[in-house]
Design a protein around this ligand. Structure first.
Ligand SMILES: Nc1ncnc2c1ncn2[C@@H]1O[C@H](COP(=O)(O)OP(=O)(O)O)[C@@H](O)[C@H]1O
Ligand SMILES: [Mg+2]
Length: 284
């Protein structure tokens, strides 16, 4: 199985603090992790851990941080041949306090994927192409148009992007933004999912915050409750979800089973601070 992933690559600095200080205040750091992050990298690493040949389309800086990010991706088994080097590497600081995150992001314009960065050979022939939509619209659209495999979108898609999608996954806020509906129950999510099916995709996965993820396809729907993991930081939950959902669909799982694997994967990402997860235990 070969999968291409388009999305952000960043250095993640994860800090767990007992309180967020006010101005001129200080807080100790209880736990600190400096890891490879960014949604594109997280999704790609998850897929590699599940056993897919994974190519990542993204940008890292022409700096030492960039060298480290590329080395880490290679060590994680991700194909880095479609990664572009320019400018300075993106940095995301994830401040985790009492189960809630705050992100401080330095995402230079040069660290975003531009249309010209989308390497045709990485996308054409892939069994699936995952496009993380927090990237310029044109670059995402270029990848969607080139793809001849399953097209999986994560985030708020434009009408044109949705028309080219097979699968759309959205977190709670994104689902509400896409539909203009309030999604406060699994029933709301099924209705929102049905509406989104009419715009192009054949499978929609929507988060109902704190409750479940709901899969909707033309012939049915499935509500997959969250795992009983104690949530430390939801960061990376969506990335793990998308990686596992795509993996399962490409190998031929029914959407119901794919949804279960996706939620199990998300559960593995939320019990610790930071977005890096270990999905190797989900390999079968
Ligand atoms: N206990 C849990 N078990 C399984 N999934 C969970 C749990 N808590 C949160 N999740 C899922 O994690 C995901 C977080 O998504 P998202 O906010 O997009 O994360 P990110 O963009 O940081 O990867 C959601 O789909 C949510 O349902
Ligand atoms: Mg997300």
């Amino acid at each position: 199985m070969r999968v291409a992933v388009l999305g952000q690559i960043a250095r993640d600095l994860v800090l767990v603090v007992p309180e967020v200080p006010d101005a001129a205040g200080t807080a100790p750091v209880l736990e600190r992790r400096e890891v490879l992050g960014g949604k594109g990298a997280n999704i790609a690493v998850g897929l590699a851990q599940l056993g897919a040949s994974t190519t990542l389309l993204g940008v890292v800086g022409e700096d030492d941080v960039g060298n480290g990010l590329v080395d880490r991706l290679r060590a994680d088994g991700v194909d880095t041949s479609a990664i572009v080097r320019r400018g300075r590497s993106a940095l995301i600081v994830d401040v985790v306090c009492g189960g809630k995150w705050r992100y401080l992001q330095d995402l230079p314009e040069s660290s975003l994927v531009h249309e010209a960065d989308v390497m045709t050979s990485a996308v054409v022939g892939a069994d699936a192409v995952i496009v993380q939509l927090q990237q310029p619209v044109d670059a995402a659209l270029a990848a969607i148009r080139l793809a001849d495999g399953l097209v999986v979108l994560d985030g708020v898609a434009t009408g044109e992007q949705l028309a080219g999608a097979d699968v759309l996954r959205a977190d709670h806020q994104e689902g509400e933004e896409l539909t203009g509906r309030c999604i406060s129950s699994t029933g709301d999510a099924v209705l929102a999912g049905r509406e989104l099916l009419g715009r192009g995709p054949s499978l929609v996965a929507l988060e109902v915050r704190g409750v479940a993820n709901v899969l909707v396809w033309s012939a049915g729907s499935e509500v997959v409750p969250l795992t009983d993991e104690d949530v430390v930081d939801t960061t990376g939950g969506g990335d793990a979800f998308v990686a596992a959902l795509t993996f399962a669909l490409v190998r031929g799982d029914h959407p119901r089973e794919a949804g279960r694997l996706a939620v199990a994967a998300a559960g593995r990402a939320v019990g610790h601070a930071g977005g890096r997860s270990d999905l190797t235990g989900l390999r079968v």
